[in-house]
Design a protein around this ligand. Sequence first.
Ligand code: AHR
Length: 519
Amino acid sequence: MSLRKTIAAAGLLLLMFSALSPGQAPEARIKIDLDRVLGEVHPHLFGNFAEHLGRCIYGGIYEPGSPLADADGYRKDVMEATRNLGVTILRWPGGNFVSGYDWKDGIGPRASRPVRPEGAWGALEPNTFGADEFLRYCERLGVEPYICINAGLGTISDARDWVEYVNGAQKTYWADQRRKNGRDRPYAVKYWGLGNEIDGPWQLGHKNAEDYSKFALEAAKAMRRVDPSIKLIASGSSFFSGDWIGWNRVVLEKLREEIDYISLHTYIGNRDNNFERFLANGQLVDNYIEVLKGQILATQSAMRNPRPIYIAYDEWNVWYRARGGSEHATGATRLEEIYNCEDALAMGMFLNSFIRNADIVKMANLAQLVNVIAPIFTNAKGLFLQPIYFPLMEYARQRGNQSLDLLVKAPTYQVGNRKPIPYLDVSATYEPKGRTVYVNVLNRSEKNDIRASLEGVAPAGGNVDVWELSHADLKTTHTFGDDRKVRPQTRRQAASSQGAAFSHTFPKHSLTILKIQAQ
Ligand code: AHR
């Protein structure tokens, strides 16, 4: 490094440290303008995902014979926890699983459904939970179903027939099979994924972008001939060490007349045990969204009457411990991550990014719902709620609000050569009928509280409602009978305001949601 660069780097560090010496509360500004609306916080940003993997379906959602299950075999305790979580849309049946799945194995009398070796995760698939069980489950919960087709080892006619079985209204072979299986009325499933992570070499039936696009284009055509009203999600990038931009470019170019969404998938981890670096991953999420948005705009600019295309972030979460070699990575308890407080804070980081990009991100699905990298964790006797459950539940209350464009000035830090990022990661939403503003603030500083002035909204009655999540020990986890340690604190607080500004101190390593009734 040259002397000039060394001095500049030292200067930058100094600037950051002088702004953040321990014990001192540095100044930050969050400026809110209720007229600067970015877009609707679409209710589908609070989606989830249930894959045939480990104990997500079997032993999670579905456990016939369990005293905790209802007459249809659905775990009642899991249903209640799912309802309280505010889940709006549920993706199924995979994930990697779907690329080897034949949906026809999962219909009809259960006793005659085949058991098959499952190619993605190395288990046996009993097929006792199939399309009818999934769709009835969604109806019970009042969530929108989202089915992903097999674009790996599957065929175009499999996909076409699936739409006919599920949505067919006429007297046709597959619609009649559905009727025979006890369901007269079509399920009217609107959201269909054109395959899962086909860009990934790990995927059964992995293809290059051109081959995938040819398959998906013809599948889309055939599926729409059965039901023209369906919305289609193209399999976008999940393999960021490959040519992910090239993948999206080809897919958008070839499928632009057919698709309504293109997906992104991201999993993050804290392998090097560096809290601030871990929570800087929001910068990557923002970047993936911004780049893909640019690609969508570029694609549309070449069209005379462009079809709207949005981003579906249909897999996202923290996932790194239950990956390599452990029983939780490979055994019967596959992908059973036990989440801690810092993972709960990471939920705010992802959701802030989706909200800040609410004009283009119109769906997001946490991976996954139960047991498998999930907020809900069961055993035969009950369940516990992981720390990540609570921010997910609280943010979901902001569905349908308007996302606001903000000015945020805060002390910054830098990871490697990336651009400096503010310690405060912020999003805000507005609910105009009740004149309620929500300000979501993640303080990514491990050691320092940060005092900010919030400008542009005068709190009615001089009070704000505070929802705050943190723990002195960021590694704190929950277990059965002991899931109250990482829970939010709530309080009504007098806002020390001057006109349309008030100040608030965001504690170190915390996630805060301020609910402000605007005057
Ligand atoms: O959610 C776990 C797995 O992660 C999914 O099956 C796959 O799509 C992704 O790689």
